[in-house]
Design a protein around this ligand. Structure first.
Ligand code: ZN
Length: 488
């Protein structure tokens, strides 16, 4: 603990509150860090700590890399009782009884100031407090992050999201329209048991998705299996479910699309461009079959697609039949969309990877691209190395062409620009790489990679590619623009 905090401890502390062993990365002179552990101090918001915290945020926002901050997040941000007599929360009343004070007003002050200052700088605020949602306190933030409370329930029954958490919780506590702020669900499956991340246990994450998506609750990936979740997100994005104009109709809010079997719940999204996504959920311990009637939104014969397993569906006279597995879901969408081409004019920054000792910088140039358009900018310094990265969906047995425009400033003899892909099974890299290099040049050129994905060996389980764009050069700047991926 800091000497100042140690000195002030008795004045600041909430007696009896949790203390956590927290890691701190002490900066060393060579650019490395040493991890040290300290016990946290649970400080009461009625003291000077609110000013101290806001001052810290002020420094962060005005730091030269302050623009990289996306969001302020408060953990353990619920209401609690403080009985510390040294700052007045604890006192004896006139009958001699020991009285404590709830922190709600002081914490409200902290959240109000944090949100106001964050919004001034274009940032958002998210709060974690298990189920402790208090409209005039936590309700001032942009997002609430509930769900961790189910850790022990899931230890006992990993199907708990379906079997035990009742619908009413999803319709109220997890409902952004009821809470009045954004809600991001925090999965607790992996916390309950690390084995729940494994492939044979994807069914538990699917059960969670079954409940969350049918109630249109957004979730983070933490502590849930990545592969099923990302598959659902990829399918939703293909039809524009995340777009602002998209309308969601939860299963209990519409009578438009009908199921012959009431065990199959239908939540659907009407997306821009006349695209529809149906989320069919089955809570039952048995699989359920039914006929789905789409006539209220589109009659006649046409093609639709089941996007979770990737199978075509024939709609005849506005109807189709489907079997939904137990405690799981299916996603039926139309008209069928293709993942390709994927086009990106680099108007937004990509993610990046580099080694520990690498001093390369991964930036975005506002006018370094073709015809002064925005582009990615890799500033290689003394060490060189590192790459821009991106995830791309694929299927084994299919052939793809990936192209990107590239130019380099300060070219030295021997410099090359490279593109490379590795096969991913969920979040894990398991196959590859397939790569291509070209000689670096000050003029724009096309870097093209043919990626024919084998339908065997380690590629067989791959559903995505990890793409890397980089150079071997040092003390140079490489610009990437106009990315394109097509299927052949
Ligand atoms: Zn207090």
């Amino acid at each position: 603990m800091e000497p100042v905090a140690n000195y002030l401890r008795k004045y600041w502390e909430v007696p009896g509150a949790y203390s956590y062993k927290m890691p701190w990365h002490r900066p060393l002179e060579d650019g490395k860090y040493k991890v040290e552990h300290y016990f946290s101090l649970s400080a009461c918001c009625s003291g000077v700590i609110n000013d101290y915290t806001l001052n810290g945020q002020h420094k962060l926002y005005n730091h030269k890399y302050g623009d990289r901050i996306w969001q302020v997040y408060y953990d353990l941000c619920g209401d609690g009782i403080c009985r510390n007599k040294l700052h007045g929360c604890g006192f004896k009343d006139k009958f001699g009884r020991d009285i404590g004070t709830y922190c709600v007003l002081y914490k409200r002050d902290l959240i109000r100031r944090t949100v106001s200052y964050a919004h001034k700088h274009g940032k958002t605020v998210m709060i974690h407090a298990q189920r402790d949602y208090i409209p005039m306190m936590t309700g001032l933030a942009d997002y609430f992050f509930p769900g961790e409370q189910y850790g022990s329930l899931l230890q006992r029954n990993p199907f708990g999201y379906v079997d035990e958490v009742p619908d009413i919780i999803y319709r109220t506590e997890f409902n952004r329209d009821v809470l009045g702020i954004g809600v991001i669900h925090l999965p607790a499956l992996g916390q309950a048991d690390r084995a729940n991340f494994r492939k044979e246990n994807y069914k538990y994450t699917e059960a969670m998705i079954c409940m969350l998506q049918s109630h249109d609750v957004d979730t983070s990936q933490d502590w849930a299996a990545s592969k099923p979740l990302q598959k659902v997100w990829d399918a939703m994005r293909l039809y524009g479910v995340e777009k602002e104009e998209t309308q969601c109709f939860r299963y209990y809010e519409h009578d438009t699309i009908k199921s012959s079997n009431p065990e199959i719940r239908i939540t659907y999204y009407a997306c821009p461009g006349g695209k529809y996504v149906l989320f069919l959920a089955n809570k039952d311990i048995r699989p359920q079959s039914g006929e789905i009637d789409l006539n209220a939104i589109r009659g006649g014969d046409y093609e639709a697609r089941e996007e979770y397993k990737g199978k075509p569906i024939e709609v005849k006279g506005g109807k189709f039949s489907i079997k939904v597995p137990s405690r799981s879901f299916r996603i039926v969408a139309f008209p069928p969309q293709s993942n390709y081409p994927i086009l990106d004019n680099m108007n937004e920054q990509w993610g990046a990877w580099c080694g520990n000792k690498c001093d390369s910088e991964f930036l975005q140039s506002k006018d370094g691209g073709i015809d002064k358009s925005p582009s990615l900018m890799l500033k290689s310094n003394t060490t060189g190395g590192g790459a821009f990265i991106r995830h791309l969906p694929i299927k084994p047995g299919e052939n793809y062409v990936i192209r990107v425009k590239v130019r380099q400033e300060n070219v030295t003899e021997g410099n090359v620009c490279s593109i490379s892909v590795q096969g991913r099974d969920g979040a894990k890299v398991v196959a590859g790489p397939i790569s291509k290099k070209i000689k670096a040049s000050a003029e724009w050129q096309t870097l093209e990679l043919k990626a024919n994905i084998p339908e065997k060996d380690k590629w067989l389980t791959c559903d995505g590619l990890l793409l890397l764009l980089g150079t071997n050069g040092k003390n140079c700047i490489t610009y990437f623009d106009d990315f394109e991926m097509i299927q052949q």
